[in-house]
Design a protein around this ligand. Structure first.
Ligand code: GSH
Length: 152
């Protein structure tokens, strides 16, 4: 059976905290079920989540939440999380940076005084290089080419 077969990812119709998981699944060549909850259905759907938040995954009949825990699990299952502890440290470093960046973008989105572009520019250029590396993966490239346009 293919790795992570039958996995369902539930998130809003946004990139935000769902997208690192989608990118990891795409990089590993997984066909996942991408469930996107419309905002007007959230009140009802919230009751079905493990801890009242998104994203979560459904896998082998159980629900699991926390975006970083999920992205780590997906990476480990697909052999993308490094072959040595030192390689894993590099992967975790990158995941930490992407979480910092995402939090800065969230702050900019919900705080009228700052802008998304300012948030992105407050990170050193090395962080932008990580994006270039991710986008160079052929499977990610093809996912990005077909990716739906969403607000953020
Ligand atoms: N630490 C959690 C944070 C999850 C989180 O804040 N989810 C937000 C969307 S990005 C959410 O579900 N908001 C709706 C709510 O809390 O009612 C994770 O990384 O998964």
């Amino acid at each position: 059976m293919a790795a992570l077969s039958g996995l369902k990812l539930v998130y809003f119709d946004l990139r935000a905290r769902g997208e690192p998981i989608r990118l990891a699944l795409a990089a590993g060549g997984v066909q996942w079920e991408d469930v996107r909850i419309p905002m007007d259905k959230w009140k009802e759907e919230k009751k079905k989540t493990p801890f009242g938040q998104l994203p979560y995954i459904e896998y082998k009949g159980k629900h699991y939440s926390q975006s970083v825990a999920i992205v780590n699990f997906v990476g480990k299952e697909l052999g993308l999380h490094g072959k040595t502890n030192l390689e894993s440290l590099r992967v975790d470093e990158t995941i930490g940076l992407s979480t910092d960046l995402l939090n800065a973008i969230f702050r900019a989105k919900f705080d009228s005084k700052s802008r998304k572009e300012d948030a992105e520019e407050s990170f050193p250029p090395e962080v932008k290089k990580l994006r270039t590396n991710v986008e160079a993966n052929p499977r990610v490239k093809s996912y990005l080419a077909s990716r739906k346009s969403v607000p953020f």
